[in-house]
Ligand binder design. Structure first.
Ligand code: MRU
Length: 371
């Protein structure tokens, strides 16, 4: 994606080779600043504080985090320590564990002297792979938008999305946004309703910011608006991202996704989930009981941060002193509410057979481990 006319990714090895560059997403949309990560602790902190966020980007950051850790000490003990610290940084997105397992496999059986180079190489491959996967997701999802555009004969196609499953959440392109960017680049009249996504407002702050930079027409809506829009025929399709999809096709994503799926189902609006294969967790089936749901600080609900009229960034409290707060980060949409999964291998049903048929090597591997 281009930021201020310059092609950029969300994570890169710094030109002096001394660390990793990322975008500090906690400052957007009001300030664009990059952050340099040079140690394992930096990587863990960046993931925990959501300077970097979004399932695929968390995975890529963790992969580079292993490289950063091994640079100071390439021992087995330090590898284990890095794996544990990064894994504990955020519990719900399975891409984190996937990336760490990939890193472990790439370095564990090598002599110490080779580990740092091997880690950097594998982390780079994970990042590149993410870009390729998202491009493929984009091409498959584009067909869905093209079909609707053809049916609507040039009228705008309205896509509703929740949270940020965009460029910022991945290494490039995004998952839910890849079909949107491709449709827009092809000249299709695509317009996005971006749910604000309380409490951290990833839709209002991040999705709106990146769509704006790419020139995609969009409208930010309060989280409660989607159902009303769907009842009035104002949404042609929903595309969301996900942090974990189970073997039976249940979809875990940012809190509030389930309510959008219910509204879409009631109004016969197609509800698609865009995902890269590292987001599939073949080791779990029932999303409702088997996926750990992150609970974050009450402060995220109790306060809001924004720009004042004179340009200062302020955080204010929006609830009474002493009120209790619940802050569940994610929810689970049962497979029956999902019209289809947009994967890098095509658009498939959200069910066990389709997932196993599309990713036989992953599903079989899982069966082998289980038996
Ligand atoms: O808490 P976040 O901002 O990391 O949550 C992000 C989401 O829920 C995204 O939809 C998901 O990670 C998919 S990103 C391609």
């Amino acid at each position: 994606m281009k930021i201020a006319g310059k092609e950029m990714r969300t994570i890169w090895v710094e030109s002096d080779g001394a660390g990793i560059g990322t975008i500090d997403q906690t400052l957007l949309p009001h300030r664009f600043a990059t952050a340099r990560l040079t140690t394992l602790d930096d990587a863990v902190r960046a993931i925990k504080t959501m300077q970097v966020r979004g399932a695929p980007l968390i995975g890529a950051t963790a992969a580079y985090g292993v490289w950063l850790a091994l640079r100071s000490d390439a021992s087995d003990e330090n590898l284990e320590r890095a794996y544990g610290a990064l894994l504990a940084a955020r519990p719900t997105a399975i891409n984190l564990q996937w990336a760490l397992d990939q890193m472990l496999a790439a370095v564990r059986n090598r002599p110490r002297a080779e580990r740092v180079a091997a880690a950097l190489r594998r982390a780079g491959e994970i990042a590149e792979e993410d870009v390729r996967i998202n491009q493929a997701i984009g091409r498959h999802g584009l067909k869905l938008i093209e079909e609707i555009a053809a049916r609507k004969k040039g009228e705008r196609v309205n896509v509703l999305t929740h949270c940020n499953a965009g460029w910022l959440a991945t290494v490039d392109w995004g998952t839910a946004t890849a079909p949107i960017y491709m449709a827009h680049d092809k000249g299709l009249p695509v317009h996005v309703f971006a749910d604000e996504t309380r409490p951290r407002n990833q839709g209002a702050s991040l999705t709106a910011w990146e769509l704006g930079h790419h020139g995609v027409p969009h409208t930010v809506i309060p989280d409660n608006t989607g159902g009303h829009l769907m009842q009035h025929g104002l949404v042609d399709l929903v595309i969301v991202g996900t942090d974990r999809v189970t073997a039976q096709g249940d979809v875990c994503n940012k809190i509030g996704t389930y309510l959008k799926a219910l509204a879409a189902h009631d109004n016969k609006v197609p509800f698609y989930v865009a995902l890269p294969s590292p987001t599939i967790d073949f080791s779990v089936s029932d999303g409702l009981t088997e996926i750990p749901i992150e609970q974050r600080s009450p402060d995220e609900v109790a306060t809001m941060t924004g720009k004042t009229k004179d340009g200062r960034i302020e955080t204010v409290q929006i609830i009474p002193d002493g009120s209790a707060v619940a802050n569940y980060g994610f929810d689970v949409t049962p497979a029956r509410l999902v019209t289809g999964l947009i994967t890098e291998r095509g658009v498939i049903g959200a069910n066990r057979a389709a997932l196993a048929e599309t990713y036989p090597e992953r599903a079989e591997n899982r069966d082998k481990i289980a038996s």
